[in-house]
Design a protein around this ligand. Sequence first.
Ligand SMILES: [Ca+2]
Ligand SMILES: [Ca+2]
Ligand SMILES: [Ca+2]
Length: 290
Amino acid sequence: MRIAPFVAVGGWLIGTAAWSAEVQFDIVPTSGRVIDEAAAMVAPPPDTDFIDYAILAWISDPYIPQDDGNSAGLAAFGANVLTDSGVGQPGATIADPFTQLLPSSGWPLDDDLLQVGGSQDVAFNVMQVHLGVGLAGPVVVATGRINIQGLNLAERQVRVELSEPMAQLIRPVSDLSELRDLYPRVRPPQVSLAALAGGIIPGKTVHGFIIRAAMFDANGDGCVDMLDFAGPAGFIACMTGPREAAGFQPPSQACLNIHDADADGDVDLFDFVNGFLPAVTGPKGSAGCP
Ligand SMILES: [Ca+2]
Ligand SMILES: [Ca+2]
Ligand SMILES: [Ca+2]
């Protein structure tokens, strides 16, 4: 975990009372195959070097005065993307309607991306501000890819998460004189926009995701078939028999990750009958695994 200070763009209007609302953030995979929805686990397709992701943000429990719902929303965001992949990561891309807050849209430090951030240009392009962003539900604020090149995901899973998320909100202005005080040189017609950015508030992260090999798919082709039974790293190669048996030798971690259906530390007949067999799809291109 690394701490990175949030860098605000010069000219931002800070100093008004923070609008009381909470902003949540999550990072979700947008490619690969979801193998456990609840645990947010994704298995990459074979022969791929990247898993795509999106960073989402949304305003929860907002205090929005009636009639002012359209003059609020997300003005800016920032977060770090952390992974334990151990390989260098590419930068992220900021999504509309935000523009890059920082010179780089993600500075890699080892395998982490620091300060992925974007902002609406509230101070300088008042007329172009998009209101309501993040109010109705999660919006994509940035996209990117996690590099998994050369990683053996059967041996080790890769965690992807956000840290230090921060947000700045556009908040409704009930009294136009408040805006005139803050923008003394802005002409009256522009002041009628009645929205301004409040202070920076810390966001809350939801869960992130895990990249790992799919159960029983030893060769990572997305199907479970004879190749995964009898081939390299297949069920036969990993089979140890029950851990209660005399002379039991534990299998490798990779074997456990892929073939130990009941997570009891062995690969035995129970795992075959209750895990592997029900998971069989047939070979790639067959009806069970198109
Ligand atoms: Ca397979
Ligand atoms: Ca067992
Ligand atoms: Ca087992």
